[in-house]
Design a binder for this molecule. Structure first.
Ligand SMILES: Nc1ncnc2c1ncn2[C@@H]1O[C@H](COP(=O)(O)OP(=O)(O)OP(=O)(O)O)[C@@H](O)[C@H]1O
Ligand SMILES: Nc1nc2c(ncn2[C@@H]2O[C@H](COP(=O)(O)O)[C@@H](O)[C@H]2O)c(=O)[nH]1
Length: 231
């Protein structure tokens, strides 16, 4: 009897490569530590890149144009908005921020995961446009006092800007339950490991790799046929 060719999932890597990239969204009130966690993830995780936002906010001394943000004047920001070049945009703490559309669409079509450090307004817009691609994580500080002291220790913003950010925090924190996951950033290493675990598990959700289903079915069919032949 001629044996049917065995179906096989060639490798876990190949199965993984066939999937669409996912959009990992990190949000938090200012000072909870989402940018710090984002940096650790980007350092350690292959196949994960940052969505570099555009903003009209002035550059901080520690920031590099084109690496942390693309810094634009309000006129150029408005042009991008009018030309539909932005996937989402929002006014946050009195400045404009937005996600350029092109790099995100290119990454997820090519199976590369993309990390967003964006606020709740932007997250809602991504939910509206591409909910099944989005995995959202809300980062919480262990306490409001610690969040405030982190903002002062960071020493990047003037006191009145910190006061404005604390005010905005109230509205932002009310939306924590709209996120897929909540991670408390008390111990940085543990918080980072939790977000990493979320990313790794989400990559394996079966609906992200639609081609894996027929391969699994083929293996089951092969085994069934082999057992039937032996009977
Ligand atoms: N677990 C932690 N323990 C102590 N300090 C932390 C922890 N996580 C982050 N920090 C520090 O807190 C400060 C704020 O962190 P970060 O800039 O990542 O906050 P953020 O949520 O991105 O704020 P923003 O929205 O204002 O950019 C930084 O100085 C960072 O080094
Ligand atoms: N909706 C969007 N929000 C964004 C984007 N880029 C950053 N942000 C959020 O703005 C605040 C302030 O950021 P900061 O760098 O000035 O501290 C923070 O909540 C960010 O997550 C964006 O493209 N869209």
């Amino acid at each position: 009897m001629t044996e049917a060719p065995a179906a096989t999932i060639v490798s876990a890597e190949e199965a993984e490569q066939q999937r669409r990239g996912l959009m990992l969204v990190l949000s938090s009130p200012s000072g909870a530590g989402k940018s710090t966690i984002a940096r650790l993830l980007l350092d350690k995780e292959d196949n994960l890149e940052l969505s570099i936002s555009v903003t009209t906010r002035p550059r901080r001394s520690s920031e590099v144009d084109g690496v942390h943000y693309k810094f634009l004047d309000p006129k150029r920001f408005e042009q991008m908005r009018e030309h539909d070049e932005l996937l989402e945009w929002a006014e946050v703490h009195g400045n404009y921020y937005a996600t350029p559309r092109g790099p995100v669409e290119e990454a997820i079509e090519s199976g590369r995961d993309i990390l967003f450090d964006i606020d709740i307004q932007g997250t809602y817009q991504l939910y509206d446009k591409m909910r099944s691609d989005v995995v959202s994580v809300f980062i919480l500080p262990p306490s409001i006092a610690e969040m405030k002291s982190r903002l002062f220790r960071r020493a990047e913003d003037a006191d009145e800007i910190i006061a404005k950010r604390m005010k905005t925090a109230v509205g932002e924190m009310r939306h924590w339950s709209e996120y897929d996951y909540v991670v408390v950033n008390d111990d940085l290493e543990r918080a980072y490991e939790n977000v990493r675990a979320i990313l790794r598990a989400e990559r394996l959700k079966q609906f992200r790799s639609p081609k894996i289903g027929p391969l699994i079915q083929g293996m089951v069919d092969d085994l069934e046929m082999e057992l039937r032949d032996k009977d």
